[in-house]
Write a protein that binds this ligand. Structure first.
Ligand code: FBP
Length: 549
């Protein structure tokens, strides 16, 4: 593979590890755990892996000789910067345990395990991918692992390759699958451990013990760089309003982090929209009000950040989406056989008047996406919905009717952007490079510790890497019951933006000032070499959540 000068320099970067993982470790068990909610239901569904203790690693002055282990690894779901470093950390970790250990990568996500598609990841392959972005080393996919037949099919290839541990690198849905797989293999005494790693740029897989998911840091730095560039452009020409949609699925963590980094004129937070029961009209009027106030000062330009999941939080559409999910979930088999026209007619015949009105209030393309497009986990594919265009069009219409805007002699010309895929495969920041390598290395230590159904956990992340705390968290601890596809299912609880949390509070305290005045910050590109305050800073979300600043 031909490499750029930066890639060559970056390949030589040695990610930092928590000091405890630099030598042999022993497992220290903490208190037994309970799931975050619905304890009885989760306990019943996970009789073999419920209630396990938290684990923390400590230095082991008298380690025994390690045994070789064959491990399988799967990248699951959307790409996130640092996935290759999780794999290289895992590789180095199992080789440290014993030089004859072997690592197999299942291709294109969980489907590779079921379909027996794999490669052995050898040292030359791993070396090609150290500190690089992307998931292309083995590819990723969104196949949902949930059926006994899939688990049994997977077990055939695991046995054939002598694999006794599988590491699933994924988001909340994929780690839910990891917990289900761990439970099943334990129940049938398959002799296969399953370990999860917290991945997702969305930042919504976190709790008291998982401080952040990997990829969030790099992706938000990439988006913030580009938002900053746009802000400098619009502050130079002073003639456009930029409507920028940001990935993140349901949660608004990405939009919030980018707002903290760049200080835009407007940033909508979906969780606040829901909390305040704001209709689509309320949101449009809020933005139009800011456009008008800036126009009165002669500033016919600005930036609006929009989280991609917004539509799911606006009460009238939330009700509609949940009715659609129930309807489509309850008639799964019939629906699967329908063509688009039949499905549309079926939906329209079965929704109530209020939901039909909500559907009709949307442009046809958005209505179609809500009705027809779902991913394998049943999620609305919010990244396909052009909320940025919808909002700017409606704001334009509101301004056209506004006397105040006319009186201000305002002009409104809008441009649209969607940042998501641009950041998911960026070369990991130093933070993500170190964090991911540590997560993988730590997963090897969990395997060596003989546990299953755990998520690799590295904490104390606002401090230098040497001080990070390494251990494992039972995945069942993060679970609750939720309605999915018309059924109650055990799933990892999604972490949405907390309105009483510090990141939101900091934003809310400043946003009126940022709206009227032009207070833009231009963060510039990620720096990989140089002073720690330029290169090694974690996200502002992480800092606000875990320090007193
Ligand atoms: P994960 O939850 O799997 O990490 O995916 C994150 C994400 O990037 C979301 O932000 C986005 O909505 C979705 O993936 C897009 O999915 P796809 O890659 O299938 O288009």
């Amino acid at each position: 593979m031909k490499k750029s000068a930066l890639q060559k320099a970056r390949a030589a970067y040695q990610p930092k590890l928590p000091i405890v993982l630099t030598g042999a470790v022993k497992v220290v068990e903490g208190r037994p755990t309970e799931s975050v909610a619905d304890q009885e239901a989760i306990r019943k569904l996970f009789p073999n892996t419920y209630g396990l203790p938290e684990i923390r690693f400590e230095k082991n002055p008298t380690p025994g000789a390690g045994k070789p282990v064959n491990v399988g690894v799967i990248l699951s779901g959307g790409q996130a910067p640092g996935g290759h470093n999780v794999i290289s950390g895992l590789f180095d970790g199992i080789k440290k345990i014993h030089r004859d250990s072997r690592l197999f990568g299942f291709l294109m996500g969980p489907g590779g395990l079921v379909d027996h598609k794999y490669i052995e990841l050898t040292a030359p392959i791993i070396d090609e991918y150290r500190n690089t972005g992307g998931f292309d080393i083995i590819g990723s996919g969104r196949t949902k692992l949930e059926k006994k037949e899939q688990f049994d099919k997977g077990l055939e290839i695991l046995r054939e390759l002598g694999i006794t541990a599988v590491v699933i690198i994924g988001g909340d849905d994929s780690n839910t699958n990891a917990a289900v797989l761990a439970e099943y293999y334990k129940a049938i005494n398959a002799g296969v451990q399953v370990i999860g790693c917290p991945k997702t740029i969305d930042g919504d897989l976190k709790n008291d013990l998982i401080e952040t998911s990997f990829g969030f840091d790099t992706a938000t730095k990439v988006y913030s760089e580009v938002i900053g560039n746009i802000q400098r452009d619009c502050n130079s020409a002073k003639k456009y309003w930029h409507f920028i949609k940001l990935m993140g699925r349901s949660a608004s963590h990405i939009a919030l982090e980018c707002a903290l980094q760049t200080q835009p004129n407007v940033c909508i937070i979906s969780e606040e929209v829901e909390e305040k029961n704001m209709s689509l009209n309320d949101i449009v009027n809020y933005i139009a009000g800011i456009v008008t106030a800036r126009a009165a000062e002669g500033n016919n330009f600005g930036t609006v950040l929009i989280p991609e999941g917004l539509i799911e939080f606006i009460p009238e559409f939330k009700r509609l989406i949940s009715a659609l999910n129930e309807l489509l979930g309850a008639h799964k088999d019939e629906v699967a056989k329908m063509n688009t026209e039949e499905l549309t007619a079926f939906i329209l015949n079965n929704l109530d008047k209020q939901n039909i009105e909500a559907l009709n209030s949307l442009p046809e393309s958005v209505a179609r996406q809500l009705m027809l497009d779902r991913d394998p986990h049943g999620n609305v594919q919010v990244s396909l919905i052009e909320t940025e265009k919808l909002l700017s069009e409606l704001v334009g219409q509101a301004l056209a009717k506004s006397d105040a805007f006319k009186a201000a002699n305002g002009k409104f010309s809008s441009l649209h952007h969607f940042f998501g895929y641009e950041g998911r495969c960026a070369d990991p920041s130093n933070f993500d490079a170190d964090y991911c390598y540590s997560l993988g290395y730590n997963a090897a230590a969990l395997i060596n510790g003989g546990v299953t159904g755990y998520m690799s956990s590295i904490r104390n992340l606002v401090n230098p890497a040497v001080q990070w705390i390494a251990g494992g968290i039972p995945i069942t601890m993060m679970m609750n019951m939720e309605r999915r596809n018309a059924e109650d299912k055990p799933v990892i609880q999604k972490a949405l933006v907390r309105l009483d949390g510090k990141p939101f509070q900091k934003f809310a305290a400043k946003r009126d000032e940022w709206a009227l005045n032009t207070c833009y910050i231009y963060p510039g590109p990620i720096q990989y070499f140089g002073a720690a305050d330029v290169c090694d800073q974690p996200s502002m979300t992480l800092k606000y959540e875990h320090t007193n600043k």
